[in-house]
Design a protein around this ligand. Structure first.
Ligand code: G6P
Length: 465
């Protein structure tokens, strides 16, 4: 059976885990990508190719515990997957896209980099081959994110009849930074993506940086809307993903969210709630967020005992040592802050590291101020979800380096993410702001402009043009 629309992403729509009795059970895959792509119904017409991420996934594929219609889970061997996912995708490409290197000490490219890059190529070929097998003649293929940068070119070589789109959910680095990658890798990634008919980004800033990389590093030409290299044209498109207000509100009305809402109301009492919700991700800048809160309590003592900071920092990518160290730094700082300021009746920071989606939604409903201060972010959906769920209206303190700032900036308190003092001042302004309802209404309008179903359709439309 072949399909006319295909999706490809590293993390797929389902994952497996070992149930209480030792058998494998299936659950919906995590992450925003799944929600966005999940608006298409999988089956005969639509097929999704993804990778087995865990031992349980690999076992499920090998033993064929569940055959899901419209889904192919690739069983890439563990070592190859580990090198491709941790080594190249998260260890190299993510760091580059988010400008995360501490260049005096890292990175160093050596034999290990070459081994990891070889594995990344093997992993990418597995995707290209599976897509080539499952695509009907002239089918449309939507390839998602940096993990699959090489796939468009590999797939085109196998199936020139297909219409191929690639979408990057991350930012893109400017050429002088992207060039820090070894030449073969920088070149391979850019050429890989130019195998697509259309490359998409959340923000014109990332689209522009990508185009400049292709011009300066590959010698491609750019007319402001499409790149041409070796006679082939690739259009450069911007589709800023938004949220589906109805779906989000229906989800937030469910009993699990309502139960948590009652607990949070009790916890916060009549104080103001300052909220952040993130993966414990280096680019999310959680440490500086806590430092800004500490500075707020020093410089504006009127907020002491009047505000509670809920910091939800959920585990992420713990195979990478940088992420384990970062989690430790976040926990230490939260502890120090509480030691410095707590009173008998007030705990200034509640740091929660256990992932609980229902609790996140409940906290967004209740928040007075939401802090979203990433160093750099492709979009950031928390900045869009929180205003939609807000009960009484909220103030958004938002990093200007998030893609979301393009659309929300006018009604948010914008900050430079490295500037802890400016962030502390913005938090103060946000806590004393009196026009939250008006601003929130505008934030909601902007946040819901392109909900997931429309976002997906706009990618398909760009490919059919
Ligand atoms: C970002 C990426 C997604 C990724 C998600 C979670 O949002 O753009 O592609 O799935 O982070 O990361 P993980 O490594 O857990 O899949």
């Amino acid at each position: 059976m072949t399909a006319s629309v295909l999706l490809a992403s590293n993390r797929g729509p389902v994952s497996w885990f070992e149930g209480p009795t030792g058998g494998l059970q299936v659950r919906r895959g995590g992450g925003g990508l799944v929600s966005a792509l999940g608006t298409l119904e999988l089956g005969d017409e639509v097929h999704w190719v993804c990778a087995a991420l865990t031992d349980a996934d690999r076992r499920a594929v090998r033993t064929r515990v569940v055959d899901l219609p419209g889904v192919t889970v690739l069983d890439v061997d563990e070592v190859t997957f580990e090198r491709a996912y941790n080594g190249v995708a998260n260890g190299l490409l993510w760091f580059t896209a988010h400008l995360l290197w501490s260049t005096p000490t890292a990175p160093t490219f050596d034999d290990r980099t070459r081994r990891e890059w070889d594995s990344f190529s093997t992993y990418s070929r597995a995707f290209a081959e599976a897509l080539a097998v499952h695509a009907s003649p002239g089918a449309t293929v939507l390839v998602q994110d940096y993990h699959l940068s090489l796939v468009p070119r590999l797939l085109r070589a196998r199936r020139p009849d297909l219409r191929i789109g690639h979408f990057s959910h991350t930012p893109w680095a400017p050429p002088e930074y992207f060039r820090l990658l070894p030449d073969g890798i920088a070149d391979g990634v850019l050429r890989g993506l130019l195998g697509a008919d259309s490359v998409g980004f959340h923000s014109p800033r990332w689209a522009d940086a990508f185009a400049r990389c292709c011009v300066e590093i590959l010698g491609a030409s750019y007319d402001g809307s499409a790149l041409t290299l070796d006679g082939r044209r690739t259009s450069v498109d911007v589709h800023p993903l938004g949220v589906d207000a109805d779906e989000l509100r229906v989800r937030a009305a469910e009993p699990d969210v309502q139960t948590r809402l009652a607990v949070l109301r009790e916890q916060v009492g009549d104080r103001q709630l300052l909220l952040r919700v993130d993966r414990t991700e280096l680019s999310k800048n959680i440490v500086r967020g806590l430092k800004a809160y500490r500075e707020l309590l020093h410089r504006f003592p009127e907020h002491r005992e009047r505000v509670v900071h809920l910091a939800f920092a959920y585990p992420s990518r713990h195979d990478l040592p940088e992420y384990r160290e970062y989690t430790g730094a976040v926990q230490r700082l939260a502890r120090e802050l509480n030691e410095e300021f707590a009173t008998d009746t007030w705990l200034p920071v509640h740091l929660e590291v256990k992932d609980d989606y229902a609790r996140s939604l409940a906290a967004m409903t209740l928040a007075d101020v939401v802090l979203v201060n990433p160093l750099r972010d492709g979009m950031n959906l928390v900045a869009k979800e929180a205003p939609v769920l807000s009960e009484r209206g909220l103030s958004l303190v938002l990093s200007r380096e998030a893609g979301a700032a393009d659309e929300l900036g006018e009604w948010a308190h914008l900050v430079g993410p490295l500037d802890v003092s400016a962030t502390a001042e913005a938090l103060h302004e946000a806590l004393i702001s009196t026009n939250r309802a008006e601003r929130t209404a505008e934030l909601v309008k902007a946040a819901t402009a392109l909900p997931p179903a429309a976002w997906l359709q706009s990618q398909l439309a760009a490919l059919r043009r």
